[in-house]
Design a protein around this ligand. Sequence first.
Ligand SMILES: Nc1nc2c(ncn2[C@@H]2O[C@H](COP(=O)(O)OP(=O)(O)OP(=O)(O)O)[C@@H](O)[C@H]2O)c(=O)[nH]1
Length: 344
Amino acid sequence: MTSPFVPRSKFLYDRVINWFPGHMAKGLRVISERLNSVDLIVEVRDARIPLSSINPNFEATIGRKPRMIVYNKFDLADPTSKAPLLDAFSRYSPHTPVLFTSSNTDAGVRRILNRASQYADKIPMLTVMVVGMPNVGKSSLINSLRRLGVGKGKAAPTGAQPGITRAVVGTIKVLEDPTIYLIDTPGVMVPHIPQPVESLKVAVTGGIRDHLADEQVMVDYLLYRLNQFGNHDYVTQFRVPGGPTNDCNLLLESIARRIGAVVKGGDLDFTMAAKYFLKQYRLGKFGQYTLDDVSPEALERFFSESRDFDKDMSASRRQEKKLAKLQARKEQRERHSKIMTEVV
Ligand SMILES: Nc1nc2c(ncn2[C@@H]2O[C@H](COP(=O)(O)OP(=O)(O)OP(=O)(O)O)[C@@H](O)[C@H]2O)c(=O)[nH]1
């Protein structure tokens, strides 16, 4: 008799993925500089990682402005995650509205417009800045708001890879009466994510360039989580021999055979297989999952451990300052060598 399948109880991972290119440092600077001309901030987060997609640096930069938090991509998250999150926010951050949306359905997007219109009651022309981590769907939301609000087409470029918007974009009108303008901004990563598995979650959900996180490690993490959730659909989908498995190589081999991912010489292409699996996950083909723990106890811990949060924030700020300095030096060197070239 075969013994029942036992999923892994832990995922061992100790690499910290840092990704903070120059355009993000600059983006954060410009966000801060333009704050005075902004009435409301819409901070977009990824509903699949409601805690890991919080960028503590925004607290410092935009903390003094009225803010609305939008958990986007809710179509890909566990629908039952909404109630405990709303409950926690109502206790720890009662003055900040929290909405759950999916930029490709109208209901949630309309709720953002309605909420923003309430602010516009007090201000004749409302300017809203949309901020958030990379790839959470800021530009897609702006396009949907514009389509619903003024019936116009795409104004902000979107894409499946993070880092599509690279600069703060001028105002985009999304409503006529009351008049509401939006400003799109580049996705800004946390310069230093202290918990390795958290950075992996951000990568799995598309917030970090795939090659930096390693596609095969991301698939291994997803396999671990799917097994934990008791979802073994991958077995039939990719014809994994022997049923549910903790062996990522066996899964990748099965995927590669199923999709015909073969390199020159006939070997199976595990990278192509991993990319395929990631794409399927991001399209929601394996179901709706929230990767952060949103149990009431975990949320209580998260919100009340503000001392650790502050500590992480200062580590992150230090890293940000260091990277910004390096970027400034690089820009100075480039300017200098340009001048030298022109002189020569
Ligand atoms: N399933 C789903 N996909 C979404 C949703 N919103 C955006 N997307 C997809 O997510 C990807 C990223 O969307 P963008 O709007 O470019 O994200 P962004 O936050 O502007 O990205 P950056 O340029 O990195 O700042 C695109 O492939 C979108 O089609 C959503 O609500 N649900």
